[in-house]
Ligand binder design. Structure first.
Ligand SMILES: N[C@@H](CCC(=O)N[C@@H](CS)C(=O)NCC(=O)O)C(=O)O
Length: 221
């Protein structure tokens, strides 16, 4: 019997994107439920029953729910190993995790600070904003080298969806980085063509959220 998964996510979140792309790549049966972070739906009591921390993503099947994007990914990878998203070799596997976790733990939190500032949620002083941008740029330089070493270990790993959405967010805020990091821009362009990413991008729910966020940023600009 194949499990039917309920995905709870918000497409512009790279963490949600990782889980959505994993479900897509593995060809799993799932329903995509949008938790509108702009409306605060992640803090609604019904959602807190699924993820008591009130964050996306989360998956639910039967009575079980799992939160934390990497925990969800690891569960799906173990349960549905056919289309593996990790290399078999232990060293390569750890390297892919290192690079993927750097996106999660280093690049995304810095970008999130800039996004929250741009939306007026948690404004940054001019000085602090410059520090965050410098820090992000330094990390991107290292990341761009590290990525080269691992990107051919696996056809599609957590790195691809995490990077795809994170880079979209970074360059939305700082468009000049597209030219500063041509290898990252080129990699992003290649990823747009990937069938699992195409499938998410063509989903009307994704398009709706992307338009919503774009309008919101235009209003704030
Ligand atoms: N470590 C968590 C992070 C999840 C997270 O921070 N999600 C953000 C979206 S990118 C969220 O739900 N934010 C809503 C809020 O802070 O209220 C994971 O990997 O799943």
């Amino acid at each position: 019997m194949s499990d039917k998964y309920e995905l709870y996510g918000f497409p512009v979140s790279p963490f949600s994107y990782l889980v959505n792309a994993t479900l897509e790549y593995k060809g799993l049966n799932y329903e995509n439920n949008i938790v509108n972070l702009r409306k605060g739906e992640q803090k609604h009591p019904e959602y807190l029953e699924i993820n008591p921390y009130g964050l996306v993503p989360c998956i639910k099947f039967g009575e079980t729910s799992i939160y934390e994007s990497w925990a969800i990914f690891e569960y799906l990878e173990e349960k549905h190993p056919d289309k593996s998203m990790l290399p078999k070799d232990a060293i390569q596997k750890s390297k892919v995790r290192s690079v993927g976790l750097t996106i999660t733990n280093e690049l995304i939190p810095l970008t999130a600070q800039l996004l929250r500032d741009q939306l007026g949620m948690v404004p940054l002083s001019k000085e602090r904003k410059e520090q965050v941008i410098n820090n992000l740029e330094q990390k991107l330089s290292v990341f761009s080298n590290e990525l080269k070493k691992v990107k051919d270990f696996c056809e599609f790993s957590p790195i691809e969806p995490l990077f795809f959405q994170a880079w979209m967010n970074v360059t939305f805020l700082l468009p000049n980085l597209k030219e500063e990091y041509p290898t990252l821009t080129e990699y992003y362009q290649q990823l747009i063509e990937h069938p699992s990413i195409q499938s998410i991008e063509q989903n009307p729910k994704t398009i709706e959220v992307r338009n919503l966020m774009r309008d919101l940023f235009m209003q704030k600009a």
